[in-house]
Design a protein around this ligand. Structure first.
Ligand code: GTP
Ligand code: SPV
Ligand code: MN
Length: 586
């Protein structure tokens, strides 16, 4: 028995399922599982319902327990040997205690159920940056979702071979009880135990649990970065492609930017990833990025032909089987998924909990309702998507969701100023995590919920990577979400964000100068193409200037955040903060 086989045996003896099924990743298997899921009831609900196959080919609908609709950050733990290693950015329990707690929940938990064994690879198995993984789950929905999100099956078993070096993810939906729901990470053991939730980020362990929390720790040890970032290639009319990374907190615009259809003729965005990027320094000293995933787990509300035509095409493309919709509403007239933003409210609509939609003060689709779809259905998938070496990065974009303070776009002078800006960025919380929404919190590099170790060490690691890079990418900070007094978005956003990308390319190519400000470099007068937009002088001012009163308040929040990390905050960042303070007060 090799290590993979003995892990399965160990799990079988411990979890005590009625049967064990190891996934081979074949199309036939997907078809069988989809058929079975339509007959299987879990937690009082049929797992999958067939949707209108003419309009949404190969698409199925899943409704979750209403208590299980988003990531639960307060139930997520990083069980490093010491609290300091996990850092103030993580919940922590001593590993032995955590393990015992989880063992008592997991023991015999699969009695009467099937134990699915999901061998998978994050990244192209041919890539030296790829990582081998196994998830054990009792959820057929998780098994099917993982098949879309990662490279599952025979290829992964081959890649694991006789090695003992693979990630172990152990998942059970238990009885979907928030009192018995925990997502425990053991970075030192390359293992995650997740109990009591079937929701994406809590249950698809290849995603946030492995590819960010565990992988960020591995990256810290091994000299690379695991980031909550999109990867895109922006093609200009001359045919040249500039590769960007973009980090935005959950539900703050990554998927939309990753599948952007530019408004300018001759420009095109090629998609490589919409959520996670692994960054390595290449032999030539440049920063290279791969997307370890193979699917999109995207926010449904707001997705429409006008805002994101490429995603609408992706969802109606039928190449890869199946596509899943979770917790959207359903138009009962034609059996299609529906969500806010798609247009007029259909007459015969059932809401995300399956009841007739009548109370129009509440949304019909859950604000964090999502689709799970293969990247291979995406018409703008870059031909470099599967390149084992990744793509060389010229620009990194950091963003947040701020109704005030943060300008539309600003360029950082150098790598260290960029790391400072990213480490101090604030954003309003969204429906992607349970808890209050719209509260401003610091979300450095969009990684606050996902950094698997002390963020002070993480900032230092970022600075060190910059020192090793030969020609570090330019760093930009953006905010698509600025609002006016009436509470309306000032910036049209979505496809119009291509205006900002175009300016960034001009900056990278050295084609345009920039205007200095207290916080960084702004576009010079008329350098940002605003033609055809109906923006008042006052609003342009809000988008592209620094309000010192707002920034004075911002500095207080940054200081408060930094103080939690004490001496762990690198000197370069403390100096940068002092520098900003002097400029804003001066
Ligand atoms: P996660 O999958 O949670 O990591 O989210 P994400 O960062 O991929 O966010 P996504 O692109 O799915 O967008 C989240 C929400 O913000 C959706 O409802 C979008 O319609 C909306 N959104 C995205 N881009 C823009 C924009 O430029 N302007 C405005 N106003 N809304 C946007
Ligand atoms: C996010 O919340 O950032 C997501 C969805 O991308 S989840 O996979 O649930 O984390
Ligand atoms: Mn995300």
């Amino acid at each position: 028995m090799n290590h993979f086989e003995s892990f399965i045996k160990e799990m079988k003896d411990f979890l005590n399922p009625d049967s064990v099924y190891t996934m081979d990743g074949s199309d036939g298997e997907a078809q069988r599982l989809v058929e079975e899921a339509q007959k299987t009831e879990v937690d009082g609900r049929i797992v999958l319902q067939k949707l209108n196959q003419e309009i949404y080919p190969n698409s199925y609908y899943h409704r979750s327990n209403p208590n299980d609709v988003a990531r639960t950050e307060h139930l997520t733990f990083v069980c490093a040997p010491t609290k300091e290693e996990a850092g103030p950015n993580n919940n922590w329990i001593e590993p032995k205690e955590a393990k015992e707690k989880m063992d008592s929940l997991f023991k015999n938990s699969m009695k009467g159920r099937t134990m699915y064994v999901i061998p998978f690879v994050m990244g192209n198995p041919k890539s030296k940056y790829a990582k081998n993984c196994v998830e054990i789950t009792d959820s057929i929905y998780v098994a099917l979702s993982m098949r879309i999100m990662a490279r599952v099956g025979a290829e992964a078993i081959k890649s694991i071979g006789d090695s003992a070096d693979f990630f172990k993810g152990i998942h059970s939906i238990g009885d979907v009880n928030p009192e018995r729901r925990f997502i425990m990470h053991f970075p030192q053991d390359n293992m995650v135990m997740s109990f009591g939730s079937g929701y994406g980020g809590n249950a698809l362990l290849g995603k946030k649990c492995y590819s960010l929390r565990i992988a960020s720790y591995l990256g810290y040890k091994e000299g690379w970065l695991a980031e909550h970032m999109i990867i895109i290639g922006v093609e200009a009319p001359d045919g040249k492609i500039t590769y960007f990374l973009g980090a935005f907190p959950s539900a703050c615009g990554k998927t939309n930017l990753a599948l952007l259809e530019p408004i300018f003729k001759g420009y095109k965005v090629w998609t490589l990833g919409d959520d996670i990027a692994w960054l390595n320094i290449g032999a030539d000293g440049k920063l290279y990025a791969i997307n370890p995933e193979s699917g999109f787990f995207g926010v449904a509300p707001g997705t429409a032909d006008k805002t994101n035509p490429v995603m609408m095409k992706t969802l109606k493309n039928n190449k890869f089987y199946p596509t899943l919709f979770t917790n959207t509403a359903i138009d009962k007239n034609d059996n299609t998924p529906w969500w806010e933003g798609l247009g007029n409210i259909p007459e015969n609509l059932s809401d995300w909990q399956g009841t007739q939609y009548t109370d129009k003060t509440k949304p019909a689709a859950h604000p964090n309702s999502r689709f799970t779809v293969s990247v291979y259905n995406c018409p703008t998938l870059s031909k470099e998507y599967d390149n084992p070496n990744g793509v060389p990065i010229s620009g990194i974009i950091f963003g947040g969701r701020r109704k005030d303070t943060a300008p539309l776009v600003c360029e950082c002078k150098d790598w260290a100023s960029g790391v400072f800006a990213a480490s101090s960025i604030g954003s309003e919380t969204t429906a992607a995590a349970s808890g209050a929404q719209g509260t401003v919190r610091r979300d450095p590099m969009a990684m606050l919920p996902f950094c698997g170790y002390n963020m002070g060490d993480y900032f230092n690691h970022w600075l060190n990577i910059g020192k090793k890079l030969k020609n570090p990418p330019k760093i930009f900070v953006v905010n698509w979400f600025r609002k006016d007094e009436k509470g309306n978005f000032i910036w049209p956003g979505f496809r119009d964000n291509s205006r900002v990308l175009k300016w960034m390319i001009d900056r990278i190519e050295g084609k345009t100068g920039a205007r200095e400000s207290e916080i960084g470099l702004f576009p010079q007068e008329n350098a940002l193409d605003l033609s055809g937009l109906n923006l008042s002088k006052e609003n342009i001012d809000k988008l592209l200037n620094v309000d010192r009163q707002e920034w004075k308040k911002e500095i207080v929040l940054i200081e408060e955040f930094y103080s939690k990390f004490g001496e762990k905050i690198p000197k370069e960042l403390r100096d940068a903060l002092q520098n900003l303070k002097n400029k804003i007060n001066g």
